[in-house]
Design a protein around this ligand. Structure first.
Ligand code: SF4
Length: 484
């Protein structure tokens, strides 16, 4: 027998946990538009398709056909081409081709009752509930496999099908949760309470969850936090393509690094392109912020310590589409993982970079009001002459221009500390070497990867080093020991 759970407590805990995590694509579209037609089409496209793929397909389709009339003007083949490669794209193209005619029975408007919605091609009960909740802001409970599965794990319902779960929830779930339950449980189900081997070991509900018929994954190896040593080991590395270094043995290196938190930059991939060993390294939970453009930029964090919340980007679409910033909030500090823009050949992107820098500083200052802030990553700038081999020859080059260095000065003036220089004042310590001219072997490099911390918290830093012996990328990792 299981004791009844406090559903408000469970859902509030989960909502706090997934705050800032990527929300299902239909919710994202709903944020941009409440147009029922677009929400309906995006929902049809999203079935059995990764969110990233749905988002791209929906955008392509809406550029050509943002309403029923324009959709009606397209042939089925044209729709197929526009929505490829969403799952079952041929079936979905057929449904979409038939949609304008079906809507004509409702005065060319998307209806808002479940009974009417399910008469439309490609619309089942789950889609109908989602459209009703998101597009019309009406009470509806969308039960997909995550909601059905997790509600049964919690023994909040005892049902065999999503439809039975929906009916049971209609009787028991407080109405304030109806519209949000799908978004938060989908995010939670993808992130932690996975269908296979859920991360119970790091789940905020571990103490209270009945874990009905659950086989949790193996507990992670002991972390420094769990041993007598209180410090946290953080590592940051620009991997210059996570799929490229996978071929050089990166998954095994993750275990060898023994970092509690491993921040990666320039991953050049989206999670759907990655193998299981990169998506879920043993003992870690992974967090991602990929660029919209394929194969470009992108940051990720593997963490053994469960964050309280995750913030994706800076809240500025001009920068966030490039997947450059990911922040994890822990009990005692924020960790912000950053891949700063390169100012580019001919300094074409210098203005963009300086605007990004200012937005980042503003963001860090806002976090700092709450708790310690650790900022790590590839800053794409050598701050002082000591930080690169040939300063005079590079004064006009990206990464060492007066403008970029002046911004670093202003960063210092704002109260942030370069942790490596707290321990080491020597020259010839670099984190990046050109692939040309045998530069790494000759140590002709630049120190452009850093851990910085706010000045009030600098006493908590117990070590900061560079690991030039680690190969696999044109950058090497940098390390921070932090004792909260
Ligand atoms: S403890 Fe495990 S089964 Fe329960 S909610 Fe957390 S991850 Fe899911």
């Amino acid at each position: 027998m299981f004791s009844p759970i406090d559903i408000n407590f469970f859902l509030d805990k989960v909502a706090a946990h997934v705050k800032g995590v990527q929300v299902p694509v239909v919710d994202l579209i709903a944020v941009q538009t409440k147009d029922p037609f677009k929400v309906l089409v995006a929902t049809i496209l999203s079935a059995r398709t990764k969110d990233e793929t749905t988002a791209v397909a929906a955008e392509k389709l809406f550029r050509v056909a943002g309403n029923a009339e324009a959709l009606d003007a397209l042939s089925e083949e044209q729709i197929e081409k526009l929505i490829f490669p969403v799952g079952f794209f041929r079936n979905k193209a057929r449904f979409l081709k038939a949609l304008p005619a079906a809507l004509s029975k409702f005065d060319n408007l998307v209806p808002n009752t479940i009974e009417e919605l399910v008469t439309l091609p490609g619309v089942g009960r789950k889609t109908a509930n989602l459209v009703r909740a998101i597009a019309f802001d009406l009470p509806a409970i969308c039960v997909d496999t995550h909601v059905h599965r997790i509600m049964n794990i919690w023994r909040y319902v005892d049902t065999n099908t999503p439809l039975e779960t929906e009916m049971a929830l209609r009787n028991s779930l407080p109405e304030e949760h109806w519209k949000s339950v799908n978004s938060i449980l989908v995010a939670f189900g993808q992130l932690l309470c996975k269908p296979v081997r859920p991360h119970c070991d790091i789940c905020p509900l571990l103490q209270e969850c009945p874990q009905y018929e659950v086989v949790p994954r193996n507990p992670p190896r002991k972390t420094k936090k769990q041993t007598s040593k209180p410090s946290i080991r953080l590592m940051s590395w620009n991997v210059n393509g996570i799929r490229a270094i996978e071929k050089k043995g990166f998954p095994k290196s993750i275990a060898k690094f023994d970092a509690d938190i491993l921040a990666l930059q320039e991953i050049k991939a989206t999670p759907d392109q990655l193998s299981e060993s990169l998506l879920q390294p043993d003992g870690y939970t992974a967090f991602w912020h990929s660029a919209v453009r394929k194969g470009y930029s992108g940051v990720a964090v593997y963490s053994r310590i469960q964050p309280l919340s995750v913030i994706t980007g800076l809240g500025n679409e001009e920068f966030d589409c490039e997947g450059r910033v990911l922040t994890l909030e822990f009990d005692d500090f924020y960790l912000t993982n950053i891949y700063f823009p390169n100012s580019g050949d001919g300094l074409k992107r210098l203005d963009y970079k300086l605007a990004f820098n200012d937005a980042l500083l503003h963001f860090a200052n806002s976090l700092r009001k709450n708790k310690s802030v650790i900022l790590c990553g590839d800053f794409n700038v050598a701050h002082k002459a000591i930080d690169l081999k040939n300063p005079e020859a590079n004064v006009k080059n990206p990464g060492y221009t007066p403008e970029e260095r002046a911004w670093m000065d202003s960063f210092v003036d704002a109260g942030y500390v370069d942790t490596f220089r707290k321990f080491n004042q020597d020259p010839d310590n670099y984190t990046w070497w050109s692939y040309r001219f045998n530069a790494r072997a000759r140590n002709i490099g630049w120190r452009i990867d850093y851990f910085w911390i706010d000045g009030q918290s600098v006493a908590k830093v117990t070590d900061a080093t560079i690991l030039p012996e680690v190969s696999g990328s044109d950058h090497c990792p940098v390390l921070l020991e932090y004792t909260p």
